[in-house]
Design a protein. Structure first.
Length: 296
């Protein structure tokens, strides 16, 4: 079985390569390909392992021998799953390896917000605000959203959340999105990017944020309309914005912005879990089973 890593794989050391070579015939590319180069790379392979390259419908239609695509991440918004299904190409991902790392990143960002909201006292000492008792609004109650809720509840924050899942809406703490935005001290966005939620936080929804609110986004940049975010930063409606991913790099010029450059998932432990899980996912892809298959 031919396995190709098509674009600059992360966390791939010499031992891991040796382990994967026991699963199939491996070829690794250490750069980011153009669309034409991408097509050449996957044209004669069985399994394509993808970091961030876009595998769209055109690429899939041209890939005659491809049997499976493995997203070397939990998210897979760069892969056209519907087009792959139409060609009977299975799509796999690596779930859950970074839940703890991302949860701890969220906690660090909440503490950063508390520092950003420091206030001067009469004796000249600058003091941060306390997070205990503050309302945190979590958008998305998947694995990471639930883990963050448990952790932040543990330090005394009031948990409120928004979810599109019907069962979640019956749980204590659920709020409609606009009410959540209006009443949260910190808003945490942790939803996967899908075709139906690009610019989920658009100008209409962002207008409900109260002055002094902070946001922490660990989702892909596309879930926020950055053109609507900019005025909130320019006029200091937002006290803080910790953003994992942005398209408009000029957002980083604002003093109240912290760009974390897609590092939330990385810890020593998460990298080890990723390596172990990726090998299991590749075995599933080689065997053609559905254990780690994306179901959509």
């Amino acid at each position: 079985m031919r396995i190709i890593f098509v674009d600059r794989p992360q966390c791939l050391d010499e031992q891991m390569v040796k382990d994967i070579e026991k699963i199939g015939e491996v070829k690794i590319f250490w750069d980011n390909p153009s669309k034409e180069e991408l097509l050449q790379r996957i044209h004669d392979t069985d399994i394509a392992v993808v970091e961030s390259a876009v595998i769209d419908a055109w690429v899939i239609q041209q890939s005659r021998g491809l049997r499976a695509i493995v997203a070397a991440a939990t998210g897979y918004s760069n892969i056209d799953v519907k087009a792959a299904r139409g060609r009977r190409i299975k799509v796999y991902h690596v779930p859950g390896y970074a839940t703890e790392a991302v949860t701890e990143h969220i906690i660090r960002m909440c503490l950063w917000v508390a520092e950003r909201c420091s206030r001067g006292q009469s004796d000249g000492i600058i003091c941060p605000v306390e997070l205990k008792g503050k309302a945190v609004g979590i958008i998305g109650m998947g694995r990471i959203g639930r883990s963050a809720a448990r952790a932040l509840r543990g330090i005394g924050m009031q948990i409120q959340f928004y979810s599109t899942h019907k069962d979640d809406r019956q749980q204590p703490g659920y709020l409609p999105i606009k009410k959540l935005l209006a009443s949260s001290f910190i808003v945490i966005i942790c939803i996967p990017l899908r075709s139906n939620n690009k610019h989920f936080l658009n100008a209409d929804k962002l207008a409900y944020l109260s002055p002094g609110t902070s946001i922490i986004n660990i989702s892909p940049a596309e879930v926020i309309d950055e053109s609507a975010l900019l005025p909130l930063l320019e006029h200091r409606i937002l006290s803080g914005a910790a953003l994992e991913d942005v398209h408009d790099a000029s957002i980083g010029r604002f003093q109240q912005v912290l760009l974390t450059h897609n590092r939330a998932w990385r810890s020593c432990e998460s990298e080890m879990r990723f390596a172990k899980m990726l090998k299991m996912v590749l075995r599933s892809a080689v065997n053609g089973d559905d254990k780690y298959r994306v179901v959509r």
